[in-house]
Design a protein around this ligand. Structure first.
Ligand SMILES: NC(=O)c1ccc[n+]([C@@H]2O[C@H](COP(=O)([O-])OP(=O)(O)OC[C@H]3O[C@@H](n4cnc5c(N)ncnc54)[C@H](O)[C@@H]3O)[C@@H](O)[C@H]2O)c1
Ligand SMILES: [Zn+2]
Length: 261
């Protein structure tokens, strides 16, 4: 695996690295992207039709069962070599003489970055492991039972405080991102020297605007994705490789270079 020279140079020089990740980051862990066809009980539904406030209004038990199945699926897979490389890079960068930082901003709702050891991950679209009341917004800390086998409908729990339905703690299509999370992501990419954009098609807004803001603020923008996307034109460098192959190779080279300094 050859790391493109401009990517390596930018990574070695950068004091502040931000890695913006999308569904492709977790693909090699076995988590399907939204482009992958759904299987089983949900095969005739597009994810974009289930991850909406309208779908929830229409049939909360159906949408809840879909999220439970995604929650269960993620619990059974492991972070891949790409997630692990990012976590290791953050640790060695912080320890280095020039003490650099490596931060992750993700569109993913899985917890694979955290399970790989990354800290302070910014989750633009919320998390599969958090839940809240749809009415009073209180976080739900009760237990959530994931069926052994996927089932078509499961009644969501009710809020102990107001009796409202408990909903997934994710941002659905058509919903606004929490303002403080968005502002944190913008501040990070605008302050970065290098922004790696990994495994995102760049079609979901406003997340898709982050590479543009990063470039406008002076960061080197690198895309890591086996396919061309809407991000490709914004990036200074495109690296047509998968997350689990590219990131460990990059981090190993950066560490080898640092060892020579
Ligand atoms: N793991 C998850 O949490 C998960 C899974 C599916 C969808 N989503 C949600 O889907 C929405 C869709 O946007 P998106 O841009 O994140 O995903 P997307 O499904 O629109 O695009 C995935 C991108 O990943 C690329 N890709 C596929 N395999 C890859 C690999 N091994 N390495 C690197 N890149 C690879 C594809 O070429 C594509 O460009 C987001 O809002 C996200 O929250 C999340
Ligand atoms: Zn409530």
């Amino acid at each position: 695996m050859v790391v493109p020279q401009p990517v390596l140079e930018a990574a070695v020089d950068a004091r502040r690295v931000v890695v913006v990740t999308g569904a492709g980051m977790s693909a090699e862990s076995g988590v399907p992207t939204f482009r992958d066809a759904q299987t089983g009980l949900w095969e005739q539904y597009a994810a974009e039709d289930l991850a909406t406030p309208e779908a929830w209004e229409r049939d909360p038990a159906f949408v809840w069962a879909w999220y439970l199945s995604r929650f269960g699926a993620v619990a059974h897979v492991q972070p891949n070599a790409g997630h692990l490389a990012l976590a290791r890079w953050a640790g060695t960068a912080a320890d280095g003489a020039r003490s650099a930082s490596v931060r992750v901003v993700t569109q993913n709702i899985d917890d694979l970055h955290e399970r790989a050891g990354s800290h302070d991950v910014v989750h633009l679209h919320g998390s599969l492991t958090s839940f809240r009341c749809e009415r009073c917004e209180t976080a739900y800390a009760g237990s959530v039972d994931v069926p052994e086998q996927p089932v078509e409908r499961v009644d969501p729990p009710t809020c102990p405080r107001c009796g409202g339905l408990v909903r997934p703690g994710v941002v659905w299509f058509g919903e606004l991102l929490p303002l403080e999370v968005w502002e944190q992501a913008v501040a990070l990419v605008e302050d970065a020297d290098l922004v790696l954009v990994v495994g995102t098609s760049g079609i979901v807004h406003p997340a898709a605007g982050l590479p543009v803001l990063a470039r406008g603020a002076g960061a080197v923008v690198v895309e890591v994705n086996p396919l061309e996307t809407d991000v490709s034109d914004v990036a200074h460098v495109v690296w047509r490789e998968t997350a689990a192959l590219a990131l460990p190779a990059l981090v190993a080279e950066v560490e080898a270079r640092r060892g020579q300094d």
